[in-house]
Design a protein around this ligand. Structure first.
Ligand SMILES: Nc1ncnc2c1ncn2[C@@H]1O[C@H](COP(=O)(O)OP(=O)(O)OP(=O)(O)O)[C@@H](O)[C@H]1O
Length: 372
């Protein structure tokens, strides 16, 4: 095949490539009714001249938090002009200027001028507009933990939530989105005085839910009969075990690309095998790279054990090797569990209440290779 043929060849397994893009809005969005209701309850007062209720949205990666917020914000905008809903990705915007530029853009439809304008002018402009138009403001700060990086979190929360002191009548609230439990405590410490939130939890999807979501995505993205039920089931198992729905959606896309590269109009087992092989090590490496030194140390101790180990024994070994406290051990273990690198199972009474067994969820050699 020539390069032109590769680029322009119309024969494809994909009906809609964008269905596998990270920002795709799924046509069917199920299993999150409770969370959507919870968020709607937080928003409702703001549509009746009150303030939105500050809320923490908590859940592991790819549990649908961003999608839920975006869907709900769309609905609010269709229903009422009483509230400006602004979604901000804090990975991309970590300064006060950056965040208020996004709010400014949402309200006025364009960015503030790049140069020469101080933060205070943008702030005044935004708040005056809200006050003059009797509009509330709800800011969703996604991945809010990124604001801890430059210690701005307190100021930004204060700017938003105490705006009424300078602009009486202005009604503001924050949805703080977090995928890491550890940062929840950090957030409390940093912004406690202005932010006393409700909490909405996005649990991991169950296997049957993952299957339905992936099946819907297959229908959105591939032509009919391109992918068999068996392959979807296998991808579901794989994705469910990893605890990351995004991995399942990525695998659909990658297998599709591999099938297409082989000129096949169906996705076959060999295409999936190839996709999985290329994906496993990349994902594990990415997850491990997010751990701090303590957590890596603990993971390595677990990986070097030939058998499963109880939490009691593990705590002792961890403390003797690292000189760290039992609560530091507990926090690190919780993190490994949260990221689904290990499982823990109750096995009866131990010296510190219920003792648990720690089970590694990946090949120990592969783990050690990634920690080095
Ligand atoms: N209930 C669902 N139905 C269909 N697709 C879903 C559902 N939940 C999540 N997804 C899909 O999973 C992917 C991740 O979802 P989303 O970005 O909303 O999760 P998140 O919890 O915000 O993740 P993160 O914390 O990593 O930002 C997206 O591709 C989204 O379309």
């Amino acid at each position: 095949m020539s390069i032109e043929d590769i680029l322009m060849d119309g024969e494809t397994v994909f009906r809609n490539h964008s269905a596998f893009n990270p920002d795709y809005m799924p046509v069917n969005y199920n299993f999150r009714d409770l969370q959507m209701e919870g968020m709607a309850i937080s928003i409702r007062p703001a549509l009746h001249n009150g303030r939105p209720v500050n809320t923490i949205i908590l859940g592991q990666c790819a549990t649908g938090k961003t999608t839920a917020i975006k869907k709900l914000f769309e609905k609010v905008e269709e229903t009422s002009e009483k509230l400006v809903c602004c979604y901000i990705n804090c990975q991309l915007n970590i300064t006060r200027f950056g965040i208020f530029s996004q709010i400014y853009k949402k309200i006025f439809g364009h960015n503030p001028p790049e140069t020469g304008i101080p933060f205070s002018r943008i702030y005044q402009h935004v708040m005056k507009h809200l006050a003059d138009n009797n509009q509330g403001l709800l800011v969703a700060l996604d991945d809010v933990n990124y604001l801890f990086q430059n210690q701005n979190v307190n100021k930004i929360f204060y700017d938003i939530l105490r705006a009424y002191e300078e602009f009486p009548g202005v009604r503001t609230g924050i949805f703080a989105v977090l995928s890491d439990l550890e940062f929840r405590l950090n957030l409390e410490k940093n912004v406690n005085t202005v932010f006393s939130p409700q909490e909405i939890i996005f649990p991991l999807y169950k296997r049957n839910e993952v299957l339905k979501i992936l099946n819907d995505r297959v229908k959105d993205g591939f032509y009919p009969n391109v992918m068999s039920d068996e392959i979807i089931e296998e991808i579901t198992d794989y994705c469910f075990d990893s605890g990351d729905l995004r991995l399942g959606i990525d695998l659909l896309r990658i297998t599709g690309n591999i099938a297409e590269a082989h000129g096949s109009r169906k996705i076959e087992q060999k295409h999936l095998d190839e996709a999985i092989a290329s994906n496993i090590s990349i994902n594990l490496e990415n997850t491990i790279s997010t751990l701090n030194d303590k957590e890596k140390k603990l993971l390595k101790i677990i990986a070097l054990k030939k058998d499963t180990i109880s939490t009691g024994e593990l705590s002792k070994e961890f403390q003797s090797k690292s000189n760290l406290s039992h609560s530091s051990f507990n926090r690190s273990l919780k993190k490994l569990e949260f990221l689904r690198l290990v499982d823990t199972k109750y096995k009866g009474k131990g010296s510190r209440g219920q003792s648990r067994e720690v089970i590694l969820r990946f090949n120990p050699d592969e783990i050690c290779r990634c920690i080095l």
